[in-house]
Design a protein around this ligand. Sequence first.
Ligand SMILES: [Cu+2]
Length: 342
Amino acid sequence: MRLSNIFLAVSCLALSAVALPTADTAATTSSTCSNPPVRKEWRQLSTYQKQSYINAVLCLTKKKAISGIAGAVNRFDDHQAVHNAQTPNIHWVGHFILWHRYFVATYEKALRNECGYTGGQPYWDWSQDASTDLTSTAIYNTAIFDPNTGFGGNGPYVIATDEQNPLNITGHTGGGCVSNGPFVPSKFTVNFPTPDCLRRDFIPWIMNSFAQQSLVDHVQSQPDYTSFARAIENIPSFSEPNIHGSGHFGVGGVLGTIGNAANSPGDPLFFLHHGNLDRIFWEWQQKDLKTRLNQVGGPIVPFDYSGQNVTLGFQVNMGKLAGNQTLKTLLNTVGGVLCYTY
Ligand SMILES: [Cu+2]
């Protein structure tokens, strides 16, 4: 047994004896988080569970928006709109991973509370399928893209203009409307910021290279929160891989919805991609919970690595979708405000 596990076990025993709701040093399930939903990898779900999840997503698209953000028509759009509104402040900052943790959890809560979904938010562990042959398309033939029990596949190839591809990303294979699965134009619309179909634009070399397990291992070997946070985003360039970019640009490419920095949550797959990043973060935390439930760092202002850092008391918000929370609260997935596990 690891030291941290012993610590956790002892703390839990102590807590159950005195029935305190929270502890500062261990991830204890609080009185407001009993039976946390367990998040699973997509292929671990049964066909029935997969269908229940997709049905709950489609259910969100039939409920009226509450975000108050112009362009958001339904509850699915709400999440995309909130992400869009905060895009300049939540990437390449110390709170990147915690903001997105809260974001995915807010979506999970909506699926459960408003659309009758009973499971945990599933995630997509792309590393399981990433090939060292960068031209391989095998990863696109896995369960997650299944047209019947998954999220459907690519869009047909569309030429991208120079304006649409300012970064000159090579090798895109799609760009048109997703043509099979539950999110085809007849069943699903991306309403925000303006109505469009869901687009995907697979780029095999990015998907395969950015999703490599060795990169995940590198991120998980970081000694502290600040270096972890920086490693998971790396730099905004295609000259160096970063695991955050794998799902975004391997699936979204140049023209796809999930490849658009501000509006990526318009692809329902976003929440499984970010669910995986959160699982990687959660696993990293488990290696030293005592420290990693109490540590944040990294810049408040994007890329401002010599400027002011976030602290445990730093607050993030979900607009009208959920209350403001401190980073300290969001470090614990079973603390009460958050209530899920892996
Ligand atoms: Cu984001």
